[in-house]
Design a protein around this ligand. Sequence first.
Ligand SMILES: O=C(O)C(=O)C[C@]1(C(=O)O)C=C[C@@H](O)C=C1
Length: 304
Amino acid sequence: MSRIAYFGPRGTFTEQAARRLAPDGALTPAETILAALAAVREGAADAACVPVENSVEGPVTATLDGLAEGPPLVAVAEELLPVHFSVLVRSDLADTAEIRTVASHPHALAQVRQWLAARLPNARHVAASSTAAAAVAVQRGEYDAAVTAPVAAEHYPLRELATEVADVPDARTRFVLLRPPGELPAPTGADRTSLVAAAANRTGALAELLTELAGRGINLTRLDARPTKGNFGEYRFFIDIEGHVAEPRIGDALAALRRRCDVRFLGSHPRADGVPATIQPGAENEAFERATNWVAAVRAGTLA
Ligand SMILES: O=C(O)C(=O)C[C@]1(C(=O)O)C=C[C@@H](O)C=C1
């Protein structure tokens, strides 16, 4: 049975994603995203499930930084979960006027800002390590309310003050299952490839990388910049593209990027939404294969 470390404690959105990604796995919560990644790197778990991006708040930076640094890990699967929240309070709380503090993961607080301003305008917002960690803190009496995944109400003896809370109704978070480098999932035609590129700090460096992708008709699904943390003003670029590294056009593009700068491969796997890659005319895999075969024939002296 696969041992899966997930960003916990019990009752996070990530736990739900992990259950879907590894239905037969033995799930163990990790207190932080970095701890989940470390469990795999140290061999205590076979895979880690962590959030990577949210449709409202964008990248989960702890995941991005954790993947760019340390021994490499590769995403082998992803899950998209609809995100709406429950607001949980202690069962003995008599009146919402008593709510002075609301705790949650910063991504969660950002997704319910308007709701909190309208319904609990006097409550101070407090960042917790995860939505479920906020529920634990409310249970301990540290805070008055927690913004959590709906499933948290099943794990913690708290009262639901509100459910289906979301400023943006169809918000979604994408989660990935990460393993040490190994056999890749087979291409399906609806895949995502992720990488992080350390573009040089000079005029046009990022544009050159993007031009390599655009010239091969490859569509981006995400581009995030994160500081390298070394020199102020230097960034790494997290790039998600449509397609699988096993495809000639994607392999050709990755080789071109690698010629230009340091690239870390972060995985090729089926997309959770099943959206097939958009491929520009002339950028089909067959076109790349035909062109490669033509060069081989020219070199062999059988074609000109
Ligand atoms: O705290 C959780 O429940 C998580 O799984 C983390 C997380 C996130 O990192 O974005 C996941 C989904 C929601 O968008 C809010 C929080």
